[in-house]
Design a protein around this ligand. Structure first.
Ligand code: GLN
Length: 304
């Protein structure tokens, strides 16, 4: 498979693709990112790295961090974790409060904000220094020790965290948050403010395409059974109320973030990340979805 030629074709097509999406503005710092930024990086298990555009420039990973947080939490927990967060698609926006009231403070899944906040709460209870250990985990799976948070994005989101604070308060009223609301919000916002490039994200995500083993050295990050579960949740819940559409059009497990990134995997084959900041109305990168749809169309392979 000539992945570089396929990526070049996608780059040409993207050049003439009109978009109507808008860069996220509810986190004011994110709105400053130029909408024309565009990068894509594919890391193939057998044949290495392929890329186009701004693939080595770091951007705000936002909700893509929810995959890493779940990985850490599952690494330290058994099935009891899933008594506090479910594994069903929500069919609602990422920051929705509505189901929580009906469902007694148990979030639908770990990839909507409510579920990720429960995972943050679990990590805070289990780790001595959650921020440091979270970054150390990302350094370990990428071998990029310079990955850090963007403190302006962190502060910017913290000032406007009304909905996440509301989700935490509601869940705490049901007894599903152990730690202080401020502490959970602080750690969750920190993890979202991490910046990584497409290349670094593909390097991290190759682990999920490689049965939980780091490709660079074969180290076990997570058991194959747990990775299977995370991939299943990415497939069914990685794109909020557009998870069905993403499966339908692209056919790979993946996760998006409001920074405009999407990371996806083809188990046993590759990890791919695309970055384009303008978001469609569901909060997913508009051109990112287009690029990944073209990838599985031009290669002729998806997981289906
Ligand atoms: N930090 C963002 C929030 O909590 C992440 C949302 C996203 O990327 N979908 O609103």
């Amino acid at each position: 498979m000539d992945y570089q030629q396929i990526l070049n074709t996608i780059k040409t097509e993207l050049g003439s693709q009109q978009y109507t999406g808008k860069v996220a503005s509810y986190i004011p710092e994110l709105e400053k990112i130029p909408p024309e930024k565009l990068g894509m990086h594919l890391y193939c298990i057998n044949s290495g790295h392929y890329s186009i555009g701004d693939n080595t420039e770091r951007f705000s990973i936002q909700s893509i961090s929810k995959v890493f947080a779940l990985t850490m939490a599952m690494g330290m927990s058994g099935d009891e974790l899933f008594q506090r967060v479910n594994v069903e698609p929500s069919g609602d926006p990422f920051n929705s409060l509505i189901q929580l009231e009906y469902e007694n403070g148990i979030p639908r899944n770990p990839f909507i904000n409510a579920g990720a906040l429960v995972i943050s709460d679990i990590l805070i209870s289990k780790l001595d220094n959650p921020k440091k250990e979270f970054l150390a985990f990302i350094h370990k799976i990428t071998d990029s020790n310079s990955i850090e948070i963007n403190s302006k994005v962190f502060e910017s989101e913290k000032q406007y965290s009304y909905r996440n604070a509301a989700l935490l308060n509601l869940m705490k009223s049901f007894g599903n948050i152990e730690n202080k609301i401020e502490d959970v919000l602080d750690f969750y916002t920190f993890q979202c403010a991490i910046e990584m490039s497409c290349k670094e994200l593909s390097t991290a995500f190759i682990t999920y395409a490689n049965r939980g083993k780091k490709l660079a050295n074969g180290d076990d990050v997570l058991s194959p059974q747990k990775v299977k579960r995370i991939n299943a949740i990415m497939q069914t819940c990685g794109f909020y109320d557009e998870a069905g559409e993403f499966s339908f059009r692209v056919g790979l497990p993946g996760k998006s973030g409001v920074g405009g990134g999407i990371a996806a995997i083809h188990p046993g084959q590759y990890a791919v990340t695309v970055w384009s900041p303008p978001l469609n109305p569901k909060g997913n990168s508009e051109l990112g979805m287009y690029a990944l749809e073209r990838l599985t169309t031009l290669t002729g392979f998806s997981i289906f």
